[in-house]
Ligand binder design. Structure first.
Ligand SMILES: Nc1ncnc2c1ncn2[C@@H]1O[C@H](COP(=O)(O)OP(=O)(O)OP(=O)(O)O)[C@@H](O)[C@H]1O
Ligand SMILES: [Mg+2]
Length: 341
């Protein structure tokens, strides 16, 4: 017999899925042909994580971030354009002396917003990058010895242009794991590109984008993600898979415990975004690249191979090696566990 809690959980999950779908659909009206990537960003929002968008210029990175901010009613949004002379206080804010009141008052910087777009993060100097990464990981900022909490929800979308190296400061590899996930948008298909041309003949569609969800609904979405069921065998597999990234050859530092935490959360959000109340092994394999690969520091031999065969093929190889060490659970492994609702 069903327990009394089941229908309540089902309705929490149903609501959360509906909220997520509404948000995805709204963003899809301005960013075309990128539904998987949009879902990844929504998954990060649902898990309280932050996103690194890495791509060549003109692939809708800024438009995606703005669409996200405009879709949430009452959300504050800011944009930080990184340059080599951007100071940490330009991001966090600083205390200034108020002549009239005769005391120092805090002027919050652009990091104090619900959706923060950090454009070209690899152009900021290391001191500023580390202040950004810190506030991102801790959801708080310390200025002049006082710690201030950032608003909630807080979603940081950082963009990085991989083709520009001159005058840039590569993000410290060891700190990349503070990003919940990394994705690339890539060029749209020809049909979508044609649609974009026609759509922008008079004005940009962002100009008409309306908010479709509230800040409270983001809380509901987050609660929904917590309710998604992960079978113990899958949970164990996630841990084994992350541990495999530390063991395979050509890796100098594998994914950390943050990686396991992120993968487990991300797959729950992914299941919810696909209308399921439980995680399946395909969710884990699908999110392996976006959630784990940027957390791994590879040895020069791997990078040399990647230059030869291409990054994607090299990552495929890496994933296969990890899966060989931690194989996907088979149907019989599930028999002893509780069946999903
Ligand atoms: N998939 C897409 N769907 C809709 N519009 C797109 C898509 N890809 C590119 N565009 C359009 O291309 C233009 C450039 O997009 P945007 O400014 O977001 O690029 P970007 O990735 O931020 O580039 P940069 O790295 O130079 O800042 C916008 O008008 C945007 O609408
Ligand atoms: Mg841009």
């Amino acid at each position: 017999m069903e327990t009394g809690a089941a229908p309540l959980e089902a309705s929490i999950l149903g609501r959360a899925t509906e909220i997520a779908e509404r948000l995805v659909a709204n963003i899809e009206t301005v960013v075309h042909g990128k539904s998987e990537e949009i879902r990844l960003v929504v998954a990060a929002l649902a898990c309280g994580g932050h996103v690194l968008l890495e791509d060549v210029p003109g692939t809708a990175k800024t438009v995606l971030a703005r669409a996200m901010a405009q879709s949430i009613k009452g959300a504050t949004a800011t944009r930080i354009q990184c340059t080599p002379d951007l100071q940490p206080t330009d991001v966090t804010g600083l205390s200034v002396y108020n002549q009239k009141e005769r005391e120092f008052e805090f002027r919050p910087g652009p990091i104090f917003a619900n959706v923060v777009l950090v454009d070209e993060i690899n152009r900021a100097m290391p001191k500023t990058q580390s202040s950004l990464l810190e506030s991102m990981a801790e959801n708080q900022v310390t200025v002049d010895g006082v710690t201030r909490l950032l608003p909630q929800p807080f979603l940081l979308l950082a963009t990085e242009n991989p083709i520009e190296y001159e005058g840039t400061f590569p993000l410290p590899e060891a700190q990349l794991d503070r990003f919940f996930l990394r994705t690339a948008l890539g060029y749209p298909h020809a049909d979508d590109e044609l649609k974009i041309l026609n759509e922008q003949r008079h004005s940009h569609p962002l100009g008409h984008l309306r908010p479709v969800i509230t800040l409270e609904e983001i809380d509901e979405l987050r609660v929904g993600v917590q309710e998604v069921y992960v079978a113990p065998v899958i949970q164990r597999w996630i841990v084994d898979l992350v541990r495999a990234t530390r063991e395979v050859e050509d890796v100098s530092i594998g994914a950390s415990v943050r990686g396991s935490l992120a993968l487990e959360r991300a797959v729950r959000a992914w299941a919810l975004l696909h209308g399921r109340s439980y995680v399946v092994p395909e969710d884990v394999e699908r999110l392996f690249d976006s959630v784990l690969v940027h957390r791994v520091v590879f040895r020069p031999a791997f990078l040399a191979e990647a230059r030869k065969v291409g990054w994607e093929a090299a990552v495929d190889m890496f994933r296969e090696r990890c899966l060989a060490l931690a194989p996907r659970p088979q149907p019989q492994d599930f028999e002893l566990t509780v069946l999903p609702r």
